[in-house]
Each structure stands twice: as structure tokens, then as C-alpha cells.
Design a protein around this ligand. Structure first.
Ligand SMILES: C[S@@+](CC[C@H](N)C(=O)[O-])C[C@H]1O[C@@H](n2cnc3c(N)ncnc32)[C@H](O)[C@@H]1O
Length: 356
């Protein structure tokens, strides 16, 4: 069927799809509210009446029922009888005690700062620049560390939670043959480094991240920890140098700033490395991801906060070449949305390195 103007009549599915897209801020708000209220933690293994859940978390029964009902339409909780709710596999992932969970990733994606930034996406698309500094008066990471300790903590936990899901698969995909020292730059609290060191008792590691982040590094890596003897922890800005020699430099989901910052970070590697040292960029690629909706939206999220981006294979290879790193193989990390983009520090680009 066509309209009088000759264009096809939109079908009900398209209308619903776009209505859902328009309401997706509300979906995010609902899942954030459930986590903040503690609903997933209050509900145990047995189904419970909404009044009991409301009483446990100090919420109004009627309005909690409305929130739970809204979430069931996304498969988060199930209404098994009138006003009686049970966990689903998804709602269990939101519990604080979930062995592998997404609670902090949800809290991070919906952090308070995001609610003032998304409405200005059109502005960011026009200018190609972040809107964050204009709204909050500081660069994103400086603001997070200096002004918004709660969001900074959620960020660090979200990164650790996300690493807990992928570290084993990333470790299995990385080629560590001939590697004596591995440096994880922007390695957060060190989940991946810990996984690598635990898997290979001869391996030494460097954890590099911002001062405030490495202060909360995994206790196993810190002085007195089981892996401390094989770990060096360095706090700093990797765009200004990393001062650590290694055989393999990992950047996992770090090279997502503006291109100048990404280049500076890559050049810090070539400055510190010996010729032939290897680089592994572990990334979600916007041109090849099993989670395309998340990856492409995260690409826009990065535009808003740091003026950054998720990369394609080609854009990453171009930046590597400009930094003096010869791009190599690109391999998917099984069962994740990540790829490992390999590279080798070219002879002419390499600095003195400190050796390993
Ligand atoms: C998206 S997180 C990824 C963390 C970790 N690699 C992972 O995959 O879980 C980006 C990391 O880069 C760190 N970072 C941001 N700016 C940095 C800088 N200028 N120098 C070093 N690390 C930085 C952040 O603190 C954060 O830990």
C-alpha cells in the first residue's frame, strides 16, 4: 500500500521499532533504577510478591510493580503470577554477587553525566567535538577523578567487570611466544594482567594507568600480593610516555580518544620499545562486531565525552603506521565482541627501550 504522496505506508513493525528507539532512554532509566534500588539483590532464588520486594528495598509497592512490569518486557525479571516476580538469566546478571555480572556496566552506561550529554549529540555531530568539557568545565577523565568520585568508582568497577567477562578469552587469543615482559597500558585495575601472569609463571608484567586508577589496582599485583614480585605498577598519562620496556604492549579499549591523543599514546610505545617489540590493540571494531548496536552507540558515547571514537580495521592500521608500528594480523577474540589487532614496532621508529 502507498500513501497519497506515493511513499510506502509504514507498517506496524516499523512504527513500533521507531517508537521503541525513541523510548530507549526510558529503558536505560528503568534498568538503572532497578539496580540502584537493589531489586535484583532483594529477589532470591524463589519468586516473590512485589510487596515483599518493595518492603526489602524500601520502595512503594505500586510503583515498584510498574517498574518490574516495564523490565519484564525486556526479559529482565519475569512475572510468574499476578504481582509475583522471579529472576531471569538477565536479571541475575544485575546482582551485586553475580560471579560474572553487568551491574557496573549498566551503572556506567547510565551514569548521571550521560543524561546531560546525550541531548547534545547533534551539536557534537555538527562540530565533531566532545560536548563534555563545555557542560562540566573540565576534560572527561580529569572531571571524573577530581569532581565525581562516585562515577569514577563505577567506571573502574565497570571496566573490571567487563574484563572479568573477556580476560580469559583475550589471554588465550594473545600470542605470548617469546614474551618475557608484557605491559598493559590503560590496563585499569589489572584484571587482564593478572590473568596473563597467573597463566604463565615465567611472565613479568607492567600495569600502566592513571595514578588514581592504579592506586586501586588488584591486590594480587600490589606490594605484598602474590604476583607483586613479577609486577611493576606505573601511574601516569600514557600520551606523555610510559617509561617501561616490554616485549608486548597491550592497549585494550584505550585508543578511543581523538586521533592526536591516540597517536601520542602509540608513539609512547615506539619511544619506549626496542625494534621488533610487539603491540596488541584489543578493540571493539565498528566495522566488525557481533554487538553492533552496543559498539556503534559506544562510538557516539566516546564522541560525547572525549571527542573520541571506536575504530575500523583501516583507521587503526593507519594510526599504527603513522606511529611507526607495522600493522599485522587482525583476529577475533572468540565468544566476545573484541578483536586483537597486532603490530610490530618498526626498526626506524623504535626508541632505546629499557629492555625487559
Ligand atoms: C575503557 S577503559 C579500559 C580498561 C582496561 N584496558 C579494560 O579493557 O578493562 C580505558 C582505560 O584507559 C585509562 N586511561 C584513560 N586515559 C589515560 C591516560 N591518559 N593514560 C593512561 N591511561 C588512561 C582509563 O583510566 C581506563 O582504565
Amino acid at each position: 500500500m502507498t500513501t497519497r504522496t506515493g511513499s510506502p505506508t509504514p507498517n506496524a513493525l516499523q512504527i513500533t521499532g521507531l517508537r521503541e528507539l525513541g523510548m530507549s532512554l526510558g529503558f536505560a532509566g528503568a534498568v538503572r533504577a532497578a539496580v540502584r534500588l537493589g531489586a535484583p539483590d532483594a529477589l532470591g532464588d524463589e519468586p516473590a510478591d512485589v510487596a515483599a520486594i518493595a518492603s526489602a528495598i524500601g520502595a512503594d509497592t505500586e510503583t515498584l510493580d510498574r517498574l518490574m512490569r516495564a523490565l519484564t518486557s525486556h526479559g529482565v525479571f519475569e512475572e510468574v503470577a499476578e504481582r509475583v516476580y522471579a529472576h531471569t538469566a538477565s536479571s541475575r546478571l544485575l546482582r551485586e554477587d553475580a560471579p560474572v555480572g553487568v551491574r557496573y556496566m549498566v551503572l556506567w552506561a547510565t551514569a548521571p553525566w550521560t543524561w546531560r550529554a546525550w541531548p547534545r549529540l547533534d551539536e557534537a555531530v555538527r562540530s565533531g567535538k566532545a560536548v563534555f568539557p563545555d557542560i562540566y568545565g573540565k576534560e572527561f577523565f580529569a572531571y571524573l577523578r577530581e569532581e565525581d568520585a562516585a562515577s569514577a568508582e563505577v567506571f573502574d568497577r565497570a571496566m573490571t567487570q567487563s574484563s572479568a567477562i573477556t580476560s580469559a578469552a583475550v589471554a588465550a587469543t594473545l600470542d605470548l611466544r617469546g614474551v618475557g615482559t608484557v605491559a598493559d597500558i590503560g590496563g585499569g585495575q589489572g584484571h587482564l594482567l593478572r590473568t596473563l601472569l597467573e597463566a604463565d609463571p615465567a611472565l613479568h608484567g607492567v600495569l600502566f594507568d592513571l595514578e588514581g586508577v592504579v592506586a586501586g589496582a588488584d591486590p594480587a599485583l600490589r606490594p605484598g600480593g602474590a604476583l607483586a614480585g613479577r609486577t611493576r605498577i606505573i601511574g601516569g598519562d600514557c600520551r606523555q610516555g610510559i617509561g617501561a620496556g616490554a616485549d608486548l604492549y597491550i592497549y585494550k579499549n584505550v585508543l578511543e580518544w581523538d586521533d592526536d591523543s591516540t597517536l601520542a599514546a602509540l608513539r609512547s610505545v615506539t619511544d619506549a620499545a626496542r625494534p621488533g617489540a610487539r603491540v596488541a590493540l584489543v578493540q571493539n571494531l565498528v566495522d566488525d562486531s557481533p554487538e553492533m548496536k552496543v559498539t556503534t552507540t559506544m562510538d557516539l558515547f566516546l564522541l560525547l565525552n572525549v571527542g573520541g571514537r571506536k575504530h575500523t580495521r583501516r583507521s587503526l592500521a593507519g594510526l599504527m603506521e603513522r606511529a611507526g608500528i607495522e600493522p599485522g594480523e587482525v583476529r577475533p577474540v572468540p565468544d566476545t565482541s573484541l578483536h586483537v589487532v597486532e603490530g610490530t614496532v618498526a626498526d626506524a621508529a623504535a626508541g632505546t627501550g629499557e629492555g625487559s
